[in-house]
Design a protein around this ligand. Sequence first.
Ligand code: FES
Ligand code: FE
Length: 446
Amino acid sequence: MTPGLTPDDIPGLVRDDREAGLFRIDRRSFTRPEVLEWERQQIFDRCWLYVGHESEVAKPGDYFTRRVGGRPLLVSRGPDGVIRALINSCTHRGNPVALQARGNTKLFTCFYHAWAFDTKGTLVAVPGDDSYSPGFCKQSMGLAAVPRFDAYRGMLFACFDPKAVDLVDYLGEEACKRIDYFLDFGGEGGSEISDGTHSYSMKANWKLLVENSIDGYHAMSTHQRYFRRYLPDIGFDPSAWMAKRSPGDSRGRSLGNGHSCVESLDRGTPLSLSAPDELKALRADLVERFGEDYAHLTADYQRNVLIFPNLILISMFKTVRTFYPVSHDYIEVDGWGLFPKSDTPEMRRKRLDNFLSCQGPGGFATPDDVSGLEGCQRGFASVRELQWSDISRGMAQPEPTSTDELQMRAFWRKWHALLKGNEGFADCDDHPAQPVAQAQLAGSAG
Ligand code: FES
Ligand code: FE
């Protein structure tokens, strides 16, 4: 193991030379346990983190349990219709009060000594409560609420910093727009999480999956099986995917505050092959409801969006992905399909086919990524001999494309600012002095 780092080493972990167009990351950022400790304090304890979607608790009594920011959470919808995020740890001695991944109930009865809590988290029954002193106050022993809990268009977020800025300010206008585009291409009536979860893990640092999830550069080399074998096998011509990217049809963007995205004019997916008429009708519906400009931005682009620090939205498959580091070299990942509620059963089948043929442990692409990221982590064993990773691609370009790396630099700049203890919004773009180098994607608002 390499020698440990101290807080004095933090400023040197990122080399960001905007003049020379060079951006390097010290690989000890991926290999040192103390970096993860700093990340827990400065990032996961301070940022808004994705928890789930309101459709997962559609009815009163519905609940799900999930680890978020390292904490066991219980999200339930009370009889009053309100969704609450509670800490899934009994106020008696700590056991989880809900053991299942999801369900519907009126009471959470702790397995250990059978204290019972209602779906608002109130402690309603304690076996043998006559043995407690008068000073024991049942009302004050309800489940603890997450300090901050809010939703943006049905997407639920928690924050463990009571003093954090509000969720919409944290997201900012540009990231909110990308979430809107992601949600709106699907007809009226909103979206719902499809049954089932992709839960998998990998022996890699969490930041490698951040990079990978917004990395257009790796797609054709890493995912040959999907693009060169699977797509032609189902009759899809992948030549548009092989073409070189240009600023006119693809961009990597910083969306402010560490959020970022890659966006490209639509190059098709198995869904556009299997459901062309349905997609055309959904686009026409967008034109009717929001006008042509918004329909264009929403339906004619493919986007991978990073909401800092660990939420990924992938429009091609309507994937929602989040992950958390168990240790500096091991992460757990959860992924879901977030599909329009208005889908017919046949359209839902086609969406699932599109989603599952690429994403998740059984897809044609995810195992490639796991292999690549675990390979990078193994490569970092040589950190003493090879200290730096390069993320400079496109840094000298006025308009980096989706196969450049601006979107990753935006993440790393926010990461670095937070680790250095900076408050407020970080300067995440390549050319912050001229923020409106926005020769935009045709008609793009951002
Ligand atoms: Fe829950 Fe004792 S730990 S009732
Ligand atoms: Fe990939």
